[in-house]
Design a protein. Structure first.
Length: 150
C-alpha cells in the first residue's frame, strides 16, 4: 500500500513529500558516504524520482564523485539525497534520518561492504544513556529552549 510521507532538513528550509510503497531501506558503507556524513555508514531509502515533491526549497547539490551528486541543505548541512549524475536513473536515495518518521523503515541490506566497519554493526550490548539523564546536555537544552529536543 502506498503511503505519503514527509521529511526535510534540520532547519526546515528543505522539505519533501514522497510516495512510499514499502518499509525497506539499506545501509551504505562506501567511503564517499562515510566522508559525506562523517559517519561509519548512512541509511538510505530508494525512491522513484517522480514520487518526490519538494514542498520547501529544493536541496542544494554538489558533485561528490564523477558519477553522483548529493543533495543537502546549505543552511544547516543536513544530508538529504544521493543521485546518479547521468540522469538515466528513475530512482534516487533519500536519507532515512531526514524523514519525519524514520522509524517506519527497516534495514534490509548493506551496500559497499568492502568499506564497512564490523565493530559498528551490532552495538546492542553497549551501555546506553538517555539524553535527559546527562545533566550537561539536559541543562543546556532547558536553558536554551525550556524543553528537550524531539
Amino acid at each position: 500500500m502506498t503511503e505519503m510521507m514527509t521529511g526535510g532538513c534540520q532547519c526546515g528550509r528543505v522539505r519533501y513529500r514522497v510516495a512510499i510503497d514499502d518499509d525497506e531501506a539499506y545501509l551504505c558503507h562506501c567511503r564517499m558516504c562515510q566522508r559525506a556524513t562523517g559517519g561509519v555508514s548512512i541509511a538510505f531509502k530508494s525512491v522513484a524520482r517522480a514520487a518526490v515533491t519538494w514542498t520547501g526549497r529544493e536541496p542544494d547539490r554538489y558533485r561528490s564523485s564523477p558519477i553522483a551528486h548529493r543533495g543537502f541543505c546549505r543552511e544547516c548541512g543536513t544530508p538529504l539525497t544521493f543521485e546518479f549524475s547521468d540522469g538515466e536513473s528513475a530512482f534516487m536515495d533519500l536519507t532515512v534520518g531526514s524523514f519525519d518518521e524514520p522509524g517506519r523503515f527497516r534495514p534490509t541490506s548493506h551496500f559497499a561492504i568492502e568499506s564497512r566497519h564490523p565493530a559498528w554493526l551490532d552495538t546492542r550490548a553497549l551501555p546506553g544513556k538517555r539524553s535527559e539523564d546527562n545533566p550537561s546536555t539536559r541543562d543546556r537544552w532547558m536553558k536554551a529552549c525550556g524543553k528537550l529536543p524531539d
